[in-house]
Design a protein around this ligand. Structure first.
Ligand SMILES: [Mg+2]
Length: 232
């Protein structure tokens, strides 16, 4: 089978991301402790995030607005302006956080770039994702970078058109079944699922998607070159 292009998801596939959100959620809980009982904070914040996706999309900016909205709602508008400024500072700290590559990523990407066209396909804030890529030291290995507003089957199909991608020669690698694997498999491409230690609950919510194809699953990206050898 011919394989010409390999695309990688970025967050929690190439570098750590979810841990940053979990740490911030902890800081957020500590901040709100003086106002509300924190037991249901996680699920309240998650509810706000999901309902805000259609308005603000994915990424840190959207998450920040959801933290502010949830804080306002749960405190009946009593949260102080200083504490709102704290929440905004949380998000700036997230944006400034160093990019931590996952084990094996640099070696694998460098190796595969010798034989394949490599892409990054991610979603979220354009500025944040481009900045992380620049800091990652991986930029030179990739031929193109797409920051999509979402990763649905329709959006992948449009991107395949734009880049003149033949799905049968395309392989996608990522940590989310919902975003990286099932939609591309549905379009006739191949995919490699590499679960990460932490994954946002929304990315696990795949019950409504049909798993109508095969994908490969690996424990670590380090095994990817060997798998690609086998597929070919
Ligand atoms: Mg990801």
């Amino acid at each position: 089978m011919t394989l010409t292009r390999i695309a990688f998801d970025a967050d929690d596939t190439l570098w750590e991301n979810e841990a940053l959100y979990r740490n911030t959620e902890q800081r957020y809980k500590n901040l709100l402790e003086k106002y509300v009982s924190i037991g249901d904070l996680d699920s309240e914040l998650f509810k706000t995030e999901i309902s805000n996706l259609e308005y603000f999309g994915y990424g840190i900016k959207s998450f920040t607005l959801s933290m502010i909205e949830t804080a306002g709602r749960l405190t009946d508008g009593c949260i102080s302006a200083n504490d709102l400024l704290e929440i905004i500072q949380f998000s700036k700290d997230m944006l400034d956080a160093p990019v931590e590559l996952l084990p094996g990523v640099k070696e694998v990407v460098a190796q595969l770039s010798q034989d394949y066209e490599l892409m990054i396909i991610t979603k979220g804030d354009l500025l944040d994702q481009k900045r992380k890529l620049a800091r990652s030291g991986l930029e030179t290995y990739f031929n193109s970078v797409e920051v999509l507003i979402d990763k649905t089957k329709e959006i992948y199909a449009a991107m395949f058109e734009t880049h003149d991608i033949d799905p049968t020669q395309f392989l996608m690698v990522g940590n989310s079944l919902r975003s990286d694997i099932l939609p591309v498999v549905a379009l006739g491409a191949r995919a490699v699922y590499i679960p990460s230690v932490l994954t946002w609950a929304h990315e696990h919510d795949v019950a409504h998607l049909t798993d109508n194809g095969d994908y490969y699953e690996l424990e670590s990206i380090s095994h990817l070159p060997e798998l690609i050898q086998r597929i070919r």
